[in-house]
Design a protein around this ligand. Structure first.
Ligand SMILES: Nc1ncnc2c1ncn2[C@@H]1O[C@H](COP(=O)(O)OP(=O)(O)OP(=O)(O)O)[C@@H](O)[C@H]1O
Ligand code: SF4
Ligand SMILES: [Mg+2]
Length: 355
């Protein structure tokens, strides 16, 4: 299955804080149909790492994030946080563990209580959970806001960027170990985006956080992530070291996303045609590879057989595609069983592009 396969999980690492396996999220859409929002994806996070998750609107990024914190509980799969299986926890046990896994929601303004002042909102966590070691005024100050003003103002009196900072402060007040940021900067203009990203990086080192950073914009994710995972229609297409993904994108979809970044120095612009058409319906996704209906390289096998994530060379770079863009001289593919894959022939080398 495209995006399935688990060879990319780092089972030998002792530093794994979160391991997600075979995650499935479905929503009922009618009496007998389901939206297949997330279909069998697996990934892990090392302590202190930032994983970027990218993909176009509707590919399942938020559903993945919410499934990790079990809001709502996913249909199936495993979410292992520091060795504890969250899928098996009863409500009360889950409630106790939640402060450690904090999420900044996609729409910060609507996630902030409009009736409370901002100081109360940030302070709320310590009221519920007792002193978690974070001083509210200092936290508000650390995200660049005035604590005295925060005692009198409500969320609607702040700008979008400021509300994003309030959400960050509120999450950090609970002293989390993992911070999930769902499109934290998409609604903001570029200068505010940069400020929020810098703030997140400062907070990350100051609080020793592990971060999942979600965005539809690869250029934003690039600056903050150690590893990047690319999603398409509920599947994972490519995952690995963020520099490798940016320098040698192997999945046709990743290449389209990179080519679309509006930057005059973008080395990928013009290398591929931009995507046309809408994301297919997640109720009845295409068979085989879910990207095949929009992929310029699709062949008969792509309809029949879903590709699994396989390793490129010996690097931290994994792709789920029957015909990835790789340099076969340098980057042999290894199957899930550790055997070399020889499906790609010399005339199919597409990285670097032939012309
Ligand atoms: N509560 C819900 N009920 C029904 N369908 C849902 C629900 N939440 C999400 N979906 C559907 O699940 C799929 C994945 O949605 P999701 O919100 O996870 O995507 P996303 O990648 O976060 O998109 P965006 O970039 O727009 O935020 C979409 O088809 C969406 O319409
Ligand atoms: S070449 Fe085939 S497997 Fe690869 S992305 Fe295109 S359709 Fe999917
Ligand atoms: Mg979303």
């Amino acid at each position: 299955m495209a995006g399935s396969g688990k060879n990319h999980l780092r089972s030998e690492s002792e530093n794994i804080i979160l391991k997600v396996e075979d995650l499935v999220v479905e929503f009922p859409s009618s009496k007998k149909d389901f939206v297949h929002a997330v279909s069998n994806i697996s990934f892990d996070l090392e302590t202190g790492e930032t994983l970027g998750i990218v993909g176009e609107s509707g590919c399942g990024k938020s559903s993945t994030a919410k499934a990790i914190i079990q809001l709502p509980k996913p249909k199936s799969g495993s979410v292992l946080f520091k060795g504890t299986e969250l899928m098996n926890l009863a409500k009360e046990e889950l409630r106790k563990i939640r402060p450690k896994l904090q999420m900044i929601y996609q729409d910060p303004i609507s996630s902030l209580n409009p009736r409370r002042n901002v100081f109360e909102i940030v302070n709320e966590g310590s009221k519920i959970w007792g002193d978690l070691g974070q001083e509210t005024s200092a936290l508000i100050e650390s995200v660049g806001l005035d604590p005295d003003e925060a005692r009198t103002k409500k969320p609607h009196e702040y700008s979008g960027g400021q509300c994003q900072r309030i959400s960050i402060a509120r999450a950090l007040a609970l002293n989390p170990q993992i911070l999930i940021c769902d499109e934290p900067v998409s609604a903001l203009d570029v200068s505010v985006q940069a400020r929020i990203i810098n703030l997140l990086e400062d907070m990350k080192s100051q609080f020793g956080l592990t971060v999942i950073f979600i965005s539809h914009d690869l250029s934003v994710v690039k600056n903050i992530s150690d590893r990047v995972s690319v999603m398409y229609l509920g599947k994972m297409c490519e995952i690995g070291d963020s520099d490798l993904i940016y320098e040698k994108p192997a999945h046709p979809y990743t290449r389209v996303l990179l080519a679309a970044i509006p930057d005059p120095e973008n080395m990928h612009s013009g290398t591929v045609d931009l995507l046309e058409g809408e994301l297919p319906s997640a109720i009845n996704p295409p068979s085989g590879c879910r990207f095949r209906t929009r992929c310029p390289r699709a062949e008969a096998i792509c309809e029949k057989e879903e590709p699994v994530l396989v390793q490129i060379g010996n690097e931290d770079h994994w792709v789920a595609c029957h015909f990835p863009h790789i340099d076969i001289e340098l980057d042999a593919l290894t199957s899930e069983k550790g055997e070399p894959i020889d499906r790609i022939t010399e005339d199919e080398i597409l990285w670097p592009p032939a012309d």
